[in-house]
Design a protein around this ligand. Structure first.
Ligand SMILES: [Zn+2]
Length: 303
């Protein structure tokens, strides 16, 4: 089961020569979900060789420009490349009007269905669900309506012990039923209970995305026990009053949230342009939560 996150942008506010604004792509068993789409995201997708035509769902946390100004460009590119399959966008309702105006002004009728899903303000709701994954959102603390996202893996099948298939000569056609919990009767009529044929799947994976937000313990129930938490850390601790005023977080605040939520791993990003070099940023974060890493553009993190 492959779950991994590739960071496409980690800069706050403006792009710099080294860093792009926010965007990440989550790969869940080769299904790609794009989270935020700052300016230049489509170039980052090409640069880091992401199969961007495979993206069918895009989640926008809020409508500050550094989180969505790349969306229209990507949508027009899909149109110019002849895309015909649906594209689902989940965002604040204002974005629907913004996109409609851009399409109208350019006289464009998209070749593909664009399906827009409004995220209501201050609500925690389910956004997407199938038998493999559940995706939901919850409110963050920011100057405009902002949501974090949760991607939760689902399991419907147990894992079969491979040696048993050969040893007991289990026919291929019965594997699905055994994965679903059935016992197996061999050719001599002997029943092998499911517990001897299978083992528990590993714990479900969970990725939580929190950008942008001030320090907010209210989010803890949503992100608790995440396998990987991405939390913004725009500033270092000495800039806390600045962070509070702008409703952003510091390294120490992001690490405190990770610690309280008992997540496995923390990824910090959305760095202020004032930090060219990030060694002190990560060291300060690790002083509170050692299992922390920097969101580096082009890097992929296993979940
Ligand atoms: Zn913002």
């Amino acid at each position: 089961m492959k779950w991994e996150l590739t960071v496409l942008g980690s800069s706050s506010a403006t792009p710099t020569s080294e860093r792009n604004p926010s965007a990440q792509v989550l790969n869940c068993d080769d299904r790609l979900f794009l989270i935020d789409c700052g300016e230049g995201t489509q170039m980052q997708l090409r640069k880091f060789k992401v199969k961007f035509q495979c993206i069918d769902h895009i989640f926008i946390s809020h409508l500050h420009g550094d989180h969505y100004l790349g969306l229209a460009g990507l949508m027009f590119t899909y149109h110019l490349l002849g895309r015909t399959k649906e594209l689902h966008v989940y965002a604040n309702a204002w974005l629907r009007d913004i996109i409609d105006l851009q399409l109208k002004a350019s006289g464009t009728t998209l070749l593909y269905p664009l399906i827009f899903h409004d995220i209501p303000e201050n609500k925690a709701i389910s956004l997407f669900e199938d038998n493999k994954i559940g995706i939901s959102c919850f409110p963050l603390l920011h100057r405009v309506p902002t949501h974090g996202f949760i991607f939760r893996q689902k399991f419907t099948e147990r894992n079969i012990i491979k040696e048993k298939i050969e040893k007991l000569e289990i026919p291929m056609r019965q594997l699905a039923a055994i994965k679903g919990g059935a016992d197996f009767t061999d050719k001599n009529g002997m029943v092998h209970p499911n517990s001897e044929l299978t083992f528990e799947p590993p714990p479900a994976k969970m990725f939580a995305y929190c950008s942008d937000t001030g320090f907010s313990p209210k989010i803890l129930p949503y992100i608790k026990n995440a396998s990987l938490l991405y939390h913004e850390a725009t500033f270092m601790h000495d800039m806390q009053s600045n962070a509070d005023e702008k409703q952003h977080s510091t390294t120490i605040q992001a690490a405190t949230i990770a610690k309280k939520a008992q997540v496995n791993k923390l990824l910090i990003g959305h760095f202020s342009a004032r930090y060219d070099e990030l060694t002190e940023v990560i060291e300060e974060t690790r002083s509170v939560f050692p299992e922390a890493e920097l969101a580096i553009e082009g890097s992929t993190y296993k979940i």
